[in-house]
Ligand binder design. Structure first.
Ligand SMILES: O=c1[nH]c(=O)c2[nH]c(=O)[nH]c2[nH]1
Length: 330
């Protein structure tokens, strides 16, 4: 009989729902989060020997998240709060080597009442969320850690009624899709980007909120203004703009379902509803296309100075000329 072994394990509490109200006099802010904490470390015996002695109960993990939310002044800065949670588990339990902390922030937008932003009333104006996945890794016994941060947005539903085409694609005996130079384009945007944390002395130096808001806006602006040749081309363009704008991020990943809206066949009823005459569509919930890609920054090349390259090129050209002359003499 072959032997088995525990190849991988991590555990913790998922879907910890938490709200914090931050009061500055009559002016209130609200933060609503869903948190997941998964620990890695010396937990093998719990699986292989039914030995729970080193298991931090997931109930304790949940309590810890609420306690840290009470004590922290950074709950609304999800990347920082996630890092604080991760650091807590790493520094409190010597056998925890890695803490994975995922936070989803739900929207509460301040209400506009009588043309003024209200002190304590909010509206859920969209189901899109802001997210972060922070991994705190123990480096050595001195509580030093490496921090990896990936942030993003999820379920940002958008649609445009023109400015999108799809033609020139491959055709074979299985192809029925017609080419179009004008179609409805709709997608529910998921984007995640990875932060470059290796060159910063403290992650609090990274302007997470500004980067989130800007990438969200770049995504929307590009979606709206790009004369789209395909979801693929628009995806690449938004990624490129985001990477060019923010050196703080290394790569960006988009998942864009192509939510189809097909012209309803009304020609059968003597009503023109195709091509330029189309204005009645049938939204197709399933299936959808799914276009995904990760766009990353290339490492800067360690290149020689242009002068050196020119000099070497001239030397080589001279050698080639000399060899050619020798060949001719032979
Ligand atoms: O933008 C698109 N990309 C595709 O790859 C594709 N395939 C398809 O049927 N429609 C589309 N649209």
């Amino acid at each position: 009989m072959s032997e088995v072994f525990l190849q991988e394990q991590r555990y913790g509490k998922d879907r910890i729902r938490l709200v914090k109200v931050i009061r500055t006099g009559k002016f209130h802010e609200i933060v609503e989060l869903t948190v997941c904490v998964l620990l890695e470390g010396d937990f093998t015996a719990a699986y292989t020997k039914a030995d729970n002695s080193l298991v931090v109960a997931t109930d304790t993990i949940k309590n810890t998240v609420y306690i840290l939310a009470k004590q922290s002044s950074n709950v609304q800065k999800i990347e920082i709060f996630a890092t604080e949670i991760g650091q807590h588990f790493i520094s409190t339990y010597s056998h925890v080597s890695k803490a994975n902390v995922w936070i989803t922030q739900h929207k509460w937008t301040r209400m506009l009442v009588n043309e003024r932003l209200h002190d304590h009333s909010f509206i859920r104006d969209g189901d899109d969320t802001r997210n972060t996945k922070v991994i705190v890794i123990k480096k050595d016994e001195s509580k030093n850690t490496t921090i990896k941060i990936e942030s993003g947005l999820k379920d940002l539903l958008v649609l445009k009624t023109t400015g999108s085409a799809f033609y020139g694609f491959m055709r074979d005996e299985y192809t029925t899709l017609l080419e179009t130079d004008d179609r409805i384009l709709s997608t529910s945007i998921d984007a995640t980007w990875t932060y470059n944390t290796s060159n910063v002395s403290s992650i609090s130096q990274i302007p997470f909120d500004n980067i989130f808001n800007s990438i969200r806006q770049i995504t929307l602006d590009t979606f709206a203004t790009d004369n789209s040749a395909s979801v693929q081309a628009t995806l690449y363009l938004m990624s490129k703009i985001a990477l060019e704008k923010f050196q703080e991020i290394n790569s960006i990943h988009y998942e864009l379902p192509n939510k189809h809206y097909f012209a309803y066949d009304l020609d059968r009823f003597g009503l023109k509803n195709s091509g330029k005459d189309c204005d009645v569509y049938s939204p197709i919930s399933d299936p959808s296309g799914l276009i995904t890609a990760t766009v990353a920054r290339t490492e800067p090349k360690l290149c020689e100075s242009d002068e050196n390259v020119d000099r070497k090129k001239a030397e080589l050209e001279k050698q080639i000329e000399e060899l050619r002359e020798k060949l001719e003499q032979l």
